[in-house]
Design a protein around this ligand. Structure first.
Ligand code: PEP
Length: 263
């Protein structure tokens, strides 16, 4: 069971979206909704993950919001520091631009960009060493679920990085469980199935680290206003990583409200 003091996170993953004018409109609409002051910073962390060239200006836009909204990088280089690595952005360069959070291991990076366990370990090591908070994504494919391997796959993905995380660094990690078959498909894991996996992840984390009971475990995969309340009610679901629905200010806001009211 989760530590009841875990503050939920609601993180919008904008992926390779939207065009700049639409992003500005989205931010303005979301800031308008935040002006209602219904989601206090004590109830819920809020964050968005824009494309890398937008990180700084999106962060500037949110400086005028009525409450903090963190800005998260969608990825980070496997190389550290600075150097001759064309096209790459290292963890220390993110930190240098005041970006404090990064997604690592998203299934789209694993599938399309060669992020295998070794690459992911390197990214996690550099991100933690630079002092970033890592939102580490794990999840099984449909075939793995149907053949009864879901739990083993997900726990293995967590074990993949465990050797690279020092005792204290576990506090810099947020887990995002995202069943691949539920991402962008409109199919959500049922709250019962999601809670079952989150409870297994919680048990696994408790065995790996003394911080296991207090680490946030987010659910991702077609989260929308229609299913957010039920997901938020699950004891081991400590927030959401939201793709498609985060591109609509009203939908993202309603999801955030659902988690902010989580008991
Ligand atoms: C995601 O990409 O992390 C995600 C969960 O996407 P969606 O909400 O669109 O399924």
């Amino acid at each position: 069971m989760s530590d009841s003091t875990i503050m939920p996170w609601v993180v919008g993953n904008w992926k390779m979206n939207p065009m700049q004018a639409n992003a500005k409109q989205l931010i303005n609409e979301f800031k308008e909704l935040l002006n209602k002051n219904e989601i206090s910073p004590a109830q819920c962390h809020l964050a968005v993950a824009p494309i890398s060239i937008a990180l700084s200006w999106v962060q500037d836009e949110f400086k005028q919001a009525s409450r903090p909204v963190h800005v998260v990088a969608q990825d980070v280089s496997r190389m550290s520091g600075t150097g001759a690595y064309t096209g790459e952005v290292s963890a220390s360069l993110l930190k240098d631009s005041a970006i404090e959070h990064v997604l690592i291991g998203h299934s789209e990076r694993r599938e399309f960009f060669g992020d295998n366990p070794q690459v992911i370990i390197e990214k996690v090591e550099h991100a933690l060493a630079a002092g970033l908070t890592v939102i580490y994504c794990v999840g099984e494919s449909l075939q793995q679920r149907e053949s009864g391997q879901a739990e083993q796959v997900v726990l293995q993905q967590i074990c993949d990085i465990a050797r690279s995380v020092s005792t204290e660094q576990w506090q810099q990690i947020v887990i995002a469980y995202e069943p691949i078959w539920a991402i962008g498909t409109g199919k959500t894991a049922s709250p019962e199935d999601a809670q079952t996996m989150h409870a297994k992840i919680r048990e696994g984390l408790k065995q790996l680290t003394a911080f296991g009971a207090s680490m946030p475990i987010l659910y991702g995969g077609s989260v929308k206003p229609e299913n957010a309340v039920e997901l938020a009610a699950c004891p081991d679901i400590n927030g959401a990583l939201v793709g498609g629905a985060s591109l609509n200010a009203a939908s993202f806001y309603q999801i955030a409200q659902a988690f902010a009211l989580k008991k």
